[in-house]
Design a binder for this molecule. Structure first.
Ligand code: ARG
Length: 267
């Protein structure tokens, strides 16, 4: 009898410890001092003006259009926000492993990704464009045949490049790497989004861009682990940002001529 009772005490002590541990790990976040649950957002901060590392002022803060949207939504819902900067290709795996509560990374809700994660509505549109050195003549998808073309690993642009056939595709992890490879002549073109190309072009007069009409899926949405309840919480706040005109203001701020991203790119 005594032995049985001790075992019972041991098991309930153990399960108490376990439930504390589980609470601390829930959602990859946990509870911060304020008592608000902290959500972990994963991103690839190589994508100005959506998200990039602001090195002005000596800090290495991640800022941008997506970041402001994330701060607004999590703030409205009473969450704290933690941002993790990882390679684009690792973002979906991070959601699948529940290492992140959501992803904002200028990410397009493709059919293929929808097999693995859930998406909010689209909050911003973009198109694919060919970036090359001035005077290269690489202005159409056909002109890329036989050329070495940089694309971000795991991006919709990588898929678009594969659909074209006959390209010598060079998948790279980070957008600035691709720009450096192009400027150094190690690749001949990049397929990337017009919204991001614009900033790099403004600070690199040796490059030019040509939009590719109707190529592949486009636009940005917030990604969540499959079945996450956060999507239902986030969507109305996102809709409210669109309806109230706040989204338009953020678009003007980050994609307009005086974008805070311009300074960073000029460095
Ligand atoms: N929209 C494209 C995609 O979803 C490219 C996004 C790249 N984002 C980034 N943070 N590098 O595949």
């Amino acid at each position: 009898m005594a032995i049985k009772r001790r075992k019972f005490l041991f098991t309930s002590a153990l399960s108490a410890i376990l439930s504390v541990a589980v609470a601390a790990c829930a959602g990859g976040g946990g509870t911060a001092d304020s008592g608000a649950r902290r959500l972990v957002m994963a991103t690839s901060a190589d994508y100005p003006p959506y998200q990039f590392v602001d090195s002005s002022g000596g800090t290495q803060e991640i800022v941008g259009f997506d970041i402001e949207i994330a701060q607004h939504i999590t703030g409205e819902l009473g969450y704290e926000l933690e941002i993790q900067n990882i390679d684009f290709n690792s973002l979906i795996p991070a959601l699948q492993a529940n290492r992140a509560d959501f992803v904002m990374a200028g990410m397009t809700p493709t059919e293929e990704r929808q097999q693995n994660v859930d998406f909010s509505q689209i909050y911003y549109e973009a198109r694919n464009t060919i970036v090359s050195r001035q005077g290269s003549g690489l202005t159409t998808p056909e002109s890329l045949a036989g050329k070495s073309v940089g694309v971000q690993l795991g991006s919709t642009q990588e898929q678009a490049a594969r659909d074209l056939e006959g390209l010598d595709i060079k998948p790279l992890n980070r957008i600035n790497e691709m720009i450096q490879e192009l400027k150094a002549g190690r690749i001949e073109a990049i397929i990337m989004e017009d919204t991001v190309a614009a900033g790099f072009l403004a600070s690199n007069p040796d490059l030019e861009a040509h939009d590719i009409p109707n190529m592949g899926e486009a636009g940005s949405a917030i990604a969540f682990p499959r079945g996450s309840e956060l999507r239902e919480e986030f969507n109305p706040v996102l809709q409210e940002m669109i309806d109230s005109g706040m989204m338009d203001e953020l678009v003007t701020k980050w994609f307009g001529d005086d974008s805070p991203a311009a300074d960073e790119l000029a460095n």
